[in-house]
Design a protein around this ligand. Sequence first.
Ligand code: ADP
Ligand code: MG
Length: 693
Amino acid sequence: MNQISELFGSKVFNDRVMQARLPEETYRAVRRTVEEGKPLDVNVAQTVADAMKDWAVEQGATHFTHWFQPMTGITAEKHDSFISPGDADGVIMEFSGKELLKGESDASSFPSGGLRTTFEARGYTAWDPTSYAFIKDNTLCIPTAFCAYNGECLDKKTPLLRSMEAISRQACRILRLFGDEETKRVTPTVGAEQEYFLIDKDMYEKRRDLVFTGRTLFGAKPPKGQELDDHYFGTIRPRVLAFMKDLDAELWKLGVLAKTEHNEAAPSQHELAPVFTSVNTATDHNQLTMELMKKVAEKHGMVCLLHEKPFRGVNGSGKHNNWSLSTNRGENLLNPGKAPQENKRFLLFLAAIIKAVDEYQDLLRLSVATAGNDHRLGAAEAPPAIISVFLGDELGAVLDAIEAEKVYDEQERQMMAVGVRVLPAFAKDTTDRNRTSPMAFTGNKFEFRMLGSGASIAEANIILNTIVADALAAFADVLEVSKNLEQDVTDLIRDTYKAHKRIVFNGDNYAQEWEDEAAVRGLLNLRTTPEALPYLISEKNLRLFTRHHIFTREELCSRYEIQTEEYCKTLHIEAQTMLEMVLRTILPSMERYAKTVTEGFMLRQKIVSGGEGTKARIEKLYSIIDTLYEKTADLKELLRETEKMGAGQKAAVFYKDFVCRCMDEIRKAADEGEQITAAEYWPFPTYAEMLFR
Ligand code: ADP
Ligand code: MG
């Protein structure tokens, strides 16, 4: 245990290190920046830079990098060494306050969606002191925001920080109404549970689809799948256990509080849950977690797959984004209180969330829209593409009671008022039913469950923070001018619930009946990425983001462009990979095998008659071979057409409607081929080999 506490955060320039190594004044200036968002003086930055460098060099670091999160969804680094020429041919280790605060980066190598024209290709990175610097691979990594030279954001960090500002501002307005004068900041807290697959490295390398696209484009269903449910929470194999131990140690060094690890529903699938922290840090930590999962797996001769749906017919991987709001005094605002005042406040925040989720279903849906996640949502293994909120029976009953108060009956009114005085303690719902909800209240937080496993959690949280900030702002506008606060709060909770109740659903989200009912309720059902993305730039949403200074119009349009392009590119790469695999490995293998069988059959015909079974197999083989030739020619033609379209909305829809369908047909034929081709001829490892070895 002692060892672990020594290990924990040992590679992080955290509060403890800062307190020990910075002069009192400097330390306090940094804290002020972190807690109150006060800008940092260059002289202070110099002192911090010196201390950071000394600490990092002591830890064996030779380089530093501004670590940032461009729109690619992964992190980027540009390493510089600390070395500067010193006196008399020597070198000294240097790191200036300026280098800490700001770095230059060539923005043209990152997606910018038209924001960056070539003559202003420079971008810069700016230190984010609210996330600790850390050491990775002998490099001091400094978390930064990444912007174009004229200040437009090119990353996921900047809007996330802006959305944190927005929600803090609005939540504090509400707290003031309840007499809280002390809280200075309200911070969204997030714990992101991460699912992943581990497979053998040798097998991975034999699958070009996994190498190029992260998912299998072929593979017949194995004789045994997850139907026995024997993997979930089952014993963990020794090799995987060794990986998990190693991963934990690496994460702990970086201050990531990895806590529970267990097997997931699918074979070879696992999950890691961290202890929650501020959304900014949680976002950084989730990136580090994904990066380290891949690295550590390699060390153990395995590959970590973070794709949302690596194997068809087997559950995919997601992320559960547990989200709540905490004051700088450590109070969880989504904790139903014991005293009447706290209950009202809790219900008001709850009402704001219900309103936000209903009004901005489109944004929540598109915050998790990627080509990979399209395979998962609505496939009865993850929530459907329809957004709804699960409150549980108890909380639902409380809100129903409040709603019923509209009856102008003094007696009943009184009774209800008393009825909600003290809310029951909400037991954490662990029923299976609630696991199907996209957005479930789980006692003192919401669990947003639609996120894909491979993507950054930034988007979803930018949206969550912004839409809840917006609802809180609307509430504050009303209540700040109220003459009868007590009554108006109750009215607001009731009216909001009444107006947005359609978004509340406590039943089975996987059931067809829900899809039908949701349509009757008028809820959106945006099944695919190309259907969801255009909502990003609807007038309603443009206004929301500009109102709270999260994105300018230009920034938002550029993001829409980038995401649409990314979708098209992903499908293009998948289609190309598919063509290559069919034409260069599957067809040649099947043809060789068909030839062998045919030769055997003909030889036999010379001696004995019969052999109907063999003949049927030959016919089937050649019919599949013909289908594959025909369909790959179709796919090539479709890809030629996409080239004329560019990578905008039109192309995205074309990929979804035509390219995807053609790819499905090719897969179907190839998977059939796999099942009648001798194992030794099949050119790459099958599902059974990958998942059950
Ligand atoms: P389950 O596995 O049933 O979903 P857990 O109790 O294991 O639930 O917690 C899930 C995640 O929720 C953990 O990552 C935990 O840190 C996180 N979490 C708990 N409380 C909060 C909170 N107030 N804010 C954000 N995340 C939280
Ligand atoms: Mg969970």
